[in-house]
Design a protein around this ligand. Structure first.
Ligand SMILES: [Zn+2]
Length: 466
């Protein structure tokens, strides 16, 4: 009891020091990042680290990721209003607003009522608000924080809602439908006072920006995605760099009131849709580097900073352990696997590559026939599939990579598996335990509205709408 009272008073003291709720909030969402994938990233780091001796096979404690080392951890279910298996629109809406909705809907209840996100609450509390992602700004997860549309595919209209929400920073690869009926989204953002920053050069200038910022990738880069961690060149922006520049910019802009930053690792989902194990691990480790930047900030402002990390759902039914390897997990066979499946697919299709060149590419890039054992029958089967469909052959090759590394996939879609919650900061203690995904935004809203919170209270989902 005494301990509970101490914890309570510490929390009250913590919240008392906030002018209008928590001063600095980081909300990290790994799109499609299931718990087994986090574990795979940890095992992979451990098994491929320079100090790995084999004697410490199970001693991966030192190889925890920043996210999994955060002191508060919980689990969230991800089902939405019309399915056990959600999509990023309904899941993003739950994580953003604290209310359930139907698959495909953005910031809107099943009956069409607008749902306002925790980013709006932060803005009303005087914070500078930033929404950044490794995919396009109008994609479902970031959109759930600022837009209200019945269908996630309404990219142009979603982008318009960003102006309406009036947040301080939107960052990502670009927009998917910038022009419709001769209305140019970029012109409208211009007129609304947003200054456009592009690529890594833009990140350097962002700190001193005096206006709201629209951050997109450099001009030559595609507008639909940032480069994946596994395929990246030195010219490409990373989420860690974006978080770092966002901290500088939003700190200046929010001043004493502080800021709210949502940062999405948006491509974890995409590589899991293509059942691409090395890309999925690299993308997760890359997402974790962005969290490490926030954690450095937390260490400088421990009494004023909250960090929450979660996922909107699991993608791929990713599993550690398969029939081919029994009780072993030879995940280090991925060590020298280079390049994503999507990059390789693009390469063989665009150059109309012959099977013998494609086989050489698979041998060199994915170590097929070397670290990744392939039988003569499997090579013959791949060749046969390649003649019918190049992309399917790359997919089947990727399945051989997974198989050799002891990994498995049940689907190319999402699953109903629960996801992890990791957190640090005063007031986030109730996130320990098993939750509904709506609990996170509802707790944050309580903190902003400075409603009293009982640490370890069993959450009641009053706002679940079905
Ligand atoms: Zn997905």
């Amino acid at each position: 009891m005494r301990r509970l009272l101490l914890t309570l008073s510490a929390c009250i003291a913590g919240s008392m020091s906030w002018a209008a709720g928590p001063k600095y909030v980081f909300y990290f969402i790994g799109d499609g990042m299931g718990i087994p994938l986090i574990n795979a990233a940890q095992y992979y780091s451990a098994r491929t680290s320079s100090d790995y001796t084999g004697a410490t096979l199970y001693g991966y404690g030192n190889h925890k990721l920043t996210m999994s080392a955060l002191p508060i951890s919980g689990i969230a279910s991800t089902d939405c209003a019309d399915s056990h298996i959600t999509d990023s629109a309904a899941a993003g809406t739950a994580l953003a607003s604290g209310s359930k909705t139907n698959t495909g809907m953005i910031g809107m209840a099943p009956d069409g009522d607008k749902l306002y996100s925790i980013a709006h609450t932060a803005k009303e509390a005087g914070k500078a608000v930033g929404i950044i992602t490794t995919v396009s700004i109008d994609h479902a997860t970031p959109a759930s924080f600022y837009a209200h549309r019945p269908n996630r595919g309404l990219y142009h209209e979603i982008a318009l809602d960003g102006i309406e929400a009036g947040f301080d920073l939107y960052g990502g690869s670009g927009f998917l439908k910038p022009v419709k009926d001769s209305v140019d989204i970029y012109n409208l953002y211009d007129k609304a006072g947003y200054v456009r920053m592009r690529g890594r050069d833009g990140l350097k200038k962002m700190k001193n920006a005096k206006s709201p910022v629209l951050l997109t990738e450099r001009e030559e880069a595609p507008s639909n995605l940032l480069a994946m961690a596994i395929d990246r060149s030195d010219d490409d922006m990373t989420l860690a760099e974006m978080v770092s520049a966002s901290i500088d910019y939003l700190s200046n802009r929010g001043g004493e009131e502080g800021f709210f930053l949502m940062a999405e690792g948006g491509q974890i989902d995409m590589v899991c849709h293509s059942n691409d194990p090395k890309a999925a691990i690299e993308e997760t480790l890359d997402f974790d580097k962005a969290i490490a930047v926030a954690y450095d900030f937390y260490k400088r402002h421990p009494h004023e900073t909250l960090i929450i990390v979660t996922a909107d759902h699991e993608t791929g039914g990713f599993a550690l352990g398969n029939y081919a390897n029994g009780y072993t997990l030879p995940i280090d066979r991925l060590r020298d696997v280079k390049g994503s499946a999507s990059m390789l697919t693009k390469l063989v299709r665009e150059s109309d590559m012959s099977w013998s060149d494609a086989r050489t590419a698979l041998e060199e890039m994915w170590r097929l026939g070397d670290d990744i054992k392939v039988s003569d029958d499997e090579w013959a089967e791949l060749e046969k599939i390649y003649a019918e469909s190049k992309s399917r052959a790359i997919y089947e090759a990727s399945m051989l990579v997974s198989k050799a590394a002891g990994l498995g996939w049940t689907t190319g879609s999402h699953t109903a598996a629960p996801v992890a919650i990791f957190a640090v900061g005063h007031g986030l203690e109730p996130l320990a335990g098993m939750h509904d995904n709506t609990d996170i935004a509802n707790l944050l809203r309580k903190l902003y509205l400075q409603e009293s919170i009982i640490p370890h209270e069993i959450p009641v989902n009053k706002k679940v709408r079905r």
